[in-house]
Design a protein around this ligand. Structure first.
Ligand code: SAM
Length: 283
């Protein structure tokens, strides 16, 4: 018996992408940890395998650690999979891996699909350096703030940024990109490795114009290539300005001083700040 944790990448849509090593790692595991026991049960069934399955997802990962360490102490070989792709990358598992390493057990990684890398390899954009950011915030204001803070060129030139996005949210994300980095090159890589795989390329506005209702189904990776710091990228987004106006009002600041301070800090003109100050009083 060999106590070890095997982090096993699984397909992101095409079963042909399950490597022979991944199959072997699953076939010889004593126990499989997975996000959804029904989903991974079907994968094991497809491989003709029957294994004890323990759920490990965002809401129980911390609580699972002790029982996993106990199973390792008993000498079990444990495989960790997620619903799709590489565990730990925008998926559960990183906390467990750290705990298993801390406890001194071996951890091995069985490579396979990682949607961001699959997209980047075929997009024709700067592949190195690239930054992987996973999912963005759900609210548009917060999302634009995140984009503004993250979408930078590399230290020596162009750099690509990869985001995960459910297909239905692609239009909203493109609108945010239009506001934050209108000149960027964008690639929406959809349904990778599946029958309806597709790539939409262009500026945020050009890609938005290519979108069709069917593009909102399924899953997508959104790549953004930044060549230079977008002009005006130090300017606050409107949501941030409105938030600060509300805060200044709550603090009882006087209009003239607050407008002058906010204009200086935000990159917005005094007239624009003043117009929003007045409008915020009417709400
Ligand atoms: N750990 C996975 C990986 O290695 O890529 C990612 C899991 S994350 C919960 C799911 C997100 O990955 C989706 O919302 C989508 O953004 C992206 N994704 C997964 N499969 C995809 C596919 N076949 N085509 C495009 N994007 C995909």
């Amino acid at each position: 018996m060999t106590a070890e944790l095997r982090v096993v990448a699984t397909p992101i849509g095409n079963l042909g992408d399950l490597t022979p090593r991944a199959q072997q790692a699953l076939a010889t595991a004593d126990l499989v940890l997975c996000e959804d026991t029904r989903h991974s049960g079907a994968l094991l069934h497809h491989l003709g395998l029957k294994k004890p399955l323990w759920s490990l997802h965002a809401h129980n990962e911390t609580a699972r650690i002790d029982s996993v360490l106990q199973a390792l102490a008993e000498g079990q070989a444990i495989a960790l999979v997620s619903d799709a792709g590489t565990p730990c990358l925008s998926d559960p598992g990183a906390e467990l891996v750290a705990a298993v390493r801390h406890a001194g057990y071996p951890v091995t990684s069985l490579p396979g699909p990682f949607a961001a890398a699959v997209a980047l390899a075929a997009a024709g954009m700067t592949p190195v350096p690239f930054a992987f950011w996973g999912f963005l915030a759900k609210k548009s204001g917060e999302r634009q703030r995140q984009l503004q803070a993250r979408l930078l060129p590399g230290p020596e030139g162009p750099m690509s940024h990869a985001f995960y996005v459910p297909g239905r949210d692609v239009p909203e994300l493109l609108a945010d990109l239009q506001a934050v980095a209108p000149a960027a090159r964008v690639c929406v890589a959809r349904e990778l490795t599946k029958i309806h795989e597709g790539f939409l390329l262009g500026t945020p506005a050009e890609v938005a114009a290519q979108l069709r209702p069917e593009h909102e189904r399924g899953e997508a990776v959104l790549l953004v290539e930044i060549r230079a710091k977008p002009a005006g990228s130090d300017k606050w987004i409107e949501a941030e300005l409105l938030e600060k106006i509300e805060q200044a009002r709550k603090e009882g600041q006087r209009a003239k001083q607050a407008v002058a301070d906010l204009a200086a800090a935000s990159g917005w003109s005094r007239n624009d700040v003043y117009a929003r100050w007045v409008a915020s009083d009417a709400e």
